[in-house]
Design a protein around this ligand. Sequence first.
Ligand code: KIV
Length: 273
Amino acid sequence: MSTGSGSGRTTIRRLLEMKERGEKIVALTAYDYLFARLVDESGVDVVLVGDSLGQVVLGHESTLPVTIQDMIHHGRAARRGVKNALLVVDMPFLSFHVAPAETVRNGGRLMAETGAGAVKLEGGSASTCEHVERLVAAGIPVMGHVGLTPQSVHALGGYRVQGRGAAEGDRIRREAKALEEAGCFSIVLELLPAALAADITAAARVPTIGIGAGPACDGQILVLHDMLGLNEGFRPRFLRRFAELGRETRRGVESYVSAVRSGEYPDPEHSHE
Ligand code: KIV
């Protein structure tokens, strides 16, 4: 599959060049070998093993219970399926923030034990930026993430659009700039008014990757299970469903249940002599 972004594995340098050339960066999440392989072979530039796996794979209410061990387990599985994209693994709740040395140790584990090319972490406060600097100094590339940061869902008062109003918008602009200065090679903008995301993107030297942040971002990311329609009840305004695999999975499984119950399956064609 030709992606228009050149051949060979996607590198951080290539993402920066794509921004300079105005080529859109395509990112998607994946959490296991088979889906990571399908996503990679379909031509995405970045595969994120997001801590959204807490909800869509592990069935938690939020991303907060996700552990570093969960991320390593799923990161390793995804790694086996990804041949061309840049693989990024999320740093889960409190695997950074506590102490810089612990952040570096956890970021290092994620890189070494999964084979990822970068980590992602949420937030843009001065303290988060210090942790980003320590990771970057240790040779660990970092993707930032501002706007709606699901690990802070309780502090933010729920999953809702961030950065409305001048003061909030300025805070998020400052956070994005500070993350860039701390060394992030790219920044996810989640659930922001499109005009604010456009301003941040125009001011940033590194690519922005939007989710629910309008069309001006340098790239887009979605949660795989959401855009494939597997997470059936989840229908935020920004989400376009590119397939209806939830419906198709039910149809397939119900048809199997009825074929086995009726004795119609296995038939002679699916039985050995
Ligand atoms: O965890 C995740 O999947 C993410 C993306 C939504 C950006 O952080």
